[in-house]
Design a protein around this ligand. Sequence first.
Ligand SMILES: Nc1ncnc2c1ncn2[C@@H]1O[C@H](COP(=O)(O)OP(=O)(O)OP(=O)(O)O)[C@@H](O)[C@H]1O
Length: 258
Amino acid sequence: MKESAILQCDDVTVEFDGFKAVQGMSLKLLKGELRFLIGPNGAGKTTMLDVICGKVRPTAGRVTFGGKVDITRKKEHQIAELGIGRKFQAPSIFPSMSVMENLEIAMRQKRTVFATLFAKMLDEDRDRIGHQLTMIGLQEKSGWRAGGLSHGEKQWLEIGMMLLQEPEILLLDEPVAGMTDKETDKTGELLHEIARKRSVVVVEHDMEFVRNFASKVTVMHEGKLLKEGSMDEVQSDDRVAEVYLGKRRDADVSRSTA
Ligand SMILES: Nc1ncnc2c1ncn2[C@@H]1O[C@H](COP(=O)(O)OP(=O)(O)OP(=O)(O)O)[C@@H](O)[C@H]1O
């Protein structure tokens, strides 16, 4: 199962008023893969996530989901229904509701209209929410008002809410920005756990985080694929050093400075 591509981007180009933010970018994501997408500011990383979730339509190229569906002509909500979930930097939780209520709302959104007619919490639903609470480490805080959680906990809650919708692919934009070191490490572990069942693409600037948790890294530069491989391979690549590490081979990018 691990070998089949859940997502394949071929030769994707995105133009904004004649400016090519992405130029012929290709990316193949396998089932159960955790992929980090890195690169200097303006490299086109966020635009690639926007293309995958349908927020931005590419000028050229193809994005294939699950080996057969071309999603480049689909609308955002159709892509979400197919199983591609996008989390933006700012958490979109309901702050005045409890952690549990937030998860219940996310759970209900997954239901079909038919199922909502019988919308009482099934034991199975409770089990799934319970499992999710444990996974995001908020089981002790299920009764807390979501607005009272720490920044990291809010991010985990939102990830938990997204997981209840059972996406096959999760797209995350700088998930550890603003987190403490401890929260950052917990998030890395959480992403690995998620990737046991789903595929995850993470756009990230925090190089220490990437080094600690990435197995495969894709480096973009000026809208193009620059290098793909393990963090070691990427770090020892001269072109990456040149564009990304500020032309100093021995340079080491410290937390939040990329
Ligand atoms: N809606 C838009 N209109 C015009 N130009 C845009 C738009 N969105 C992005 N761009 C430009 O496209 C390029 C790529 O932007 P993008 O946000 O994808 O880069 P990025 O790699 O995510 O950068 P960062 O790490 O700074 O977030 C940048 O030069 C940006 O200014």
